[in-house]
Design a protein around this ligand. Structure first.
Ligand SMILES: Cc1cc2nc3c(=O)[nH]c(=O)nc-3n(C[C@H](O)[C@H](O)[C@H](O)COP(=O)(O)OP(=O)(O)OC[C@H]3O[C@@H](n4cnc5c(N)ncnc54)[C@H](O)[C@@H]3O)c2cc1C
Length: 283
């Protein structure tokens, strides 16, 4: 790599002004897990943001606010995170890589690197998480799902992601991942959420499937199939098959499209079963 200088930004303003001053020849570094794997040849300056005051984790009412440089292990073990949605996000972090990697890697780095095989985007999309970032002009925000539909890599060449905001849901979420071993990346993953109305019918459902090998997408047709129905084993089964029909799947070095389509019903059914049990247990 052609790195000539390494800066420690003291706050977001300094990080942003350094990034802009490099005019495309600088890059932010948080945990460095991805940066260490390689950078474009033109990058001369690295701007370390781990001491820029972006590592906080807090609750705002039922919402959870996680700073961009909070580490994945810090998130997994945080009391605030364990108290949010029955510890769903903590559970997801437990599925990510290994302890040594989670001690370095940050949530912001995961959102910006946005690997299609990753677990974190799947969970954040299902949760309806919102990304907040600072650019030259202002503070901007957008749902993570919407951000990924934009040219987000270009956005973060001139902006600092500052926090991820997770909404309060009256219900429960569950995450499922299939991988070759516990520390490996997903062959396919999914995150499902359910809430019930006063009559015990499904008031809302969120279903996201990722690593297909494409980045996670919500399956709105499956969410619509679930809404208004009474939870049952047969419903989870039907939703799983509908998810397999709706999901965009492909082949890569890890698994074939055919295999992915065959296992999606299984992981979606498992996630819905667990979310359903949790939400009914709450009553
Ligand atoms: C071996 C390995 C296994 C993995 N396994 C999993 C897994 O099982 N599940 C999963 O979900 N993920 C997995 N990942 C992905 C991992 O979560 C991300 O690589 C990691 O979170 C990146 O965070 P970081 O802080 O190290 O990012 P960095 O390497 O510091 O940065 C990554 C990119 O984001 C930019 N960036 C970082 N922070 C900001 C910010 N605040 N604002 C703007 N731009 C920013 C950097 O400039 C760079 O382009 C794995 C990665 C590796 C290398």
């Amino acid at each position: 790599m052609a790195i000539k200088r390494y800066h420690y930004a003291r706050d977001v303003e300094e990080a942003l002004s350094l990034l802009l001053a490099y005019e495309g020849r600088g890059a932010l570094v948080a945990g460095g897990v991805d940066v260490a794997r390689g950078l474009p040849g033109e990058i001369e300056g690295l701007i370390d943001i781990t001491a820029a005051g972006l590592s906080g984790i807090s609750r705002e009412g039922g919402r959870l606010v996680v700073g961009a440089t909070a580490t994945l292990e810090g998130i997994r073990t945080s009391r605030e995170v364990k108290a949010y949605m029955g510890g769903f996000l903590s559970e997801v972090m437990g599925h990510v890589a290994t302890l040594s990697l989670r001690n370095m890697a940050t949530l912001g780095g995961a959102v910006v690197s946005a690997h299609p095989w990753a677990d974190i985007p799947t969970a954040l999309i299902a949760l309806g998480a919102e990304a907040v970032w600072r650019n030259e002009e202002r503070t901007e925000r957008a749902p993570v799902e919407e951000l990924y539909a934009r040219p987000f890599r270009a956005i973060f060449r001139r902006a600092v992601l500052t926090e991820i905001r997770l909404p309060a849901w009256d219900g429960a979420f569950a995450f499922e991942k299939l991988s070759r071993n516990a520390g490996d990346i997903a062959l396919v993953n999914c995150a499902c959420g359910l809430g019930l109305d006063a009559e015990g019918k499904i008031a809302w459902a969120r279903v996201a499937v990722g690593a297909t090998p494409y980045r996670a997408e919500r399956l709105v047709a499956v969410e619509e199939l679930l809404a208004g129905e009474v939870p049952s084993e047969a419903l989870w089964e039907e939703a799983g098959h509908r998810a397999a029909a709706e999901a965009r799947v492909g082949d890569d070095m890890r698994a074939s499209a055919e295999w992915r389509r065959a296992v999606i019903p299984v992981i979606v059914r498992r996630a819905l079963e667990r979310a359903g049990r949790a939400v009914m247990g709450d009553r």
